[in-house]
Ligand binder design. Structure first.
Ligand code: FRU
Length: 481
């Protein structure tokens, strides 16, 4: 049964050096040891460590049959790779286009349970999705539940090819599971309940979204005395990670929505999941890519040539203010701040001013007084001429001169005229935080070879910029093996 997992682990051991080309890896963001990675799965603190599982295919840098990769951390920043947790070893999950799809982790009576979607072809040859469980005593070795799958059909009794990504939690001594399901082209979230984690009964459809045909990777948690439901809708243009704040009615099986928003305004943040930290904080991590930009129709620049593809976002601390979900840069990241370049000469007179060569990872911090005049922050690769611009007016706009395959200008609302914008810059990624609004826009900028980035800015009103600082982040390089 463990043959497939052992084979994959041996393969990674043998070839992982091919992917470790340090200057061509993000210094701060989690990347897989080798091969392809997408969604974060089963984020949990268990046995003294934070565990990150993820959608993984070790043998190629493309999405293929899915495994669950595994890494642990003590601070959510520095990760140590562990052997693969789940391999698609069973007949109910062994299709080449299937495998062990996304899900969650839960601790119960000292054991770690993983819930995931098994994907294989049925007798009629259709790829179908079923919910499964696996468990572990030590958080390292997992065995699949002998009576898998635990949920075979959707609530209409059909084997369904879009019925996936279980999120499991405990409430008032009962276990609940949310599963994304598509019926008649409508994306829905189905709620189940169980007393023992293995026998599940359908409660109701708690939420449906007619604008999207599938709702992927739900997460559900209590935060600041309220309840938050998140998912990644498929089919809503420009919306890749949605949050709802409201109240779950467990009796009726309905989530009463009080407000709705977007977790990230960029294109490179998908399938977010959260950690509950040891001191009760919530941290969200997303896959720092998106299907729209997948290799088949876009390309990930040099990544695939370097034998790895896919990164996780930095963890973001989430909280609720005024019925909105606020994402902020957590202390674990600011603790890495090192040398600073304070830019006090703001006499730019409207032209773009070269400021400095920039190293990654860094944080660019811009504090703005109220005013009308737009401000542009620009990163330019001297070798290729590739430019990434952030233009701050009544909203923040991102524009790239490369615009691969019709990449459009992205925008993020900026409610106030005063603001503090911080950009976490790593090798291929830019995560822009508007601190006043608690919003984020994530976008990747892929290039080949080493990058020589130059940072410049412009502003017509000289005294609008209160502070502009470039701070190097002292990344602890990821420990592998
Ligand atoms: C989201 C997703 C999930 C699925 C997984 C497969 O990115 O499509 O719905 O479980 O990826 O890797």
């Amino acid at each position: 049964m463990d043959k497939k997992r052992n084979a994959a682990n041996n393969y990674i051991e043998k070839y992982k050096n091919l992917a470790v080309k340090t200057s061509l890896q993000p210094a701060l963001h989690f990347t897989p040891p080798l091969g392809w990675m997408n969604d974060p799965n089963g984020l949990i603190f268990f046995n003294g460590h934070y565990h990150l599982f993820y959608q993984y295919h070790p043998y190629e840098t493309k999405w293929r049959q899915m495994y669950w990769g595994h890494a642990v951390s003590d601070d959510l920043i520095t990760w140590r790779d562990l052997p693969i947790a789940l391999a698609p070893s069973e007949s109910y999950e062994d299709s080449p286009e299937g495998g062990c799809f996304s899900g969650t982790a839960l601790e119960h009576e000292g054991m770690l349970y993983l819930f995931y979607t098994a994907v294989a072809r049925n007798a009629a040859g259709d790829l179908v999705q079923k919910q499964c469980a696996a468990m572990s005593e030590d958080g390292l070795h997992f065995s699949k539940y002998e009576n898998n799958p635990i949920i075979q059909t959707d609530h209409l009794g059909n084997e369904n090819s879009h019925f996936r990504d279980p999120k499991v939690w405990k409430h008032d001594n009962t276990f609940y599971m949310l599963v994304g399901v598509s019926q008649d082209q409508v994306g829905k979230l189905a709620l189940y309940k169980s007393e023992n984690l293995f026998d599940w009964t359908f409660v109701n459809i708690v939420f449906e979204e007619p604008g999207g045909w599938m709702l992927e990777c739900p997460d559900f948690y209590e935060l600041d005395g309220q309840e938050v439901l998140t998912f990644s809708p498929v089919g809503i243009k420009g919306e890749y990670s949605t949050y709802l704040i409201g109240k779950m009615d467990y009796q009726e099986g309905v989530f009463h929505v009080e407000s709705r928003g977007i977790l990230d305004y960029g294109v490179d943040f998908y399938a977010p999941q959260t950690f509950l930290s040891t001191n009760g904080e919530r941290y969200v991590i997303g896959w720092q890519n998106g299907w729209e930009w997948m290799d088949e129709w876009n390309g990930f620049g040099a990544l695939t040539e370097n034998n790895w593809c896919g990164a996780m976002s930095m963890p973001r601390r989430v909280s609720i203010r005024n019925k909105q979900l606020y994402s902020t840069i957590p202390d674990q990241v600011t603790a890495l701040e090192g040398a600073q370049i304070i830019i006090n000469d703001t006499q730019t007179n409207g032209y773009l001013k070269k400021v400095t060569e920039i190293q990654t990872p860094s944080i660019i911090e811009l504090s703005l007084k109220s005013g009308e005049s737009p401000i542009t922050l620009m990163f330019k690769d001297q070798r290729t001429g590739m430019e990434d611009r952030f233009i701050i007016e009544d909203q923040l706009r991102y524009h790239s001169n490369e615009n691969p395959l019709g990449r459009k200008t992205l925008t993020m609302p900026l409610a106030k005229k005063e603001n503090r914008v911080k950009i976490i810059l790593d090798l291929y990624s830019m995560e822009v935080f508007a601190e006043g609004e608690g919003t984020v826009l994530s976008v990747n900028s892929f290039f080949k070879g080493a990058c020589e980035r130059e940072f410049s800015f412009s502003c017509c009103e000289d005294d609008r910029i209160e502070k502009l600082v470039v701070t190097k982040l002292n990344a602890k390089r990821l420990i592998t093996g």
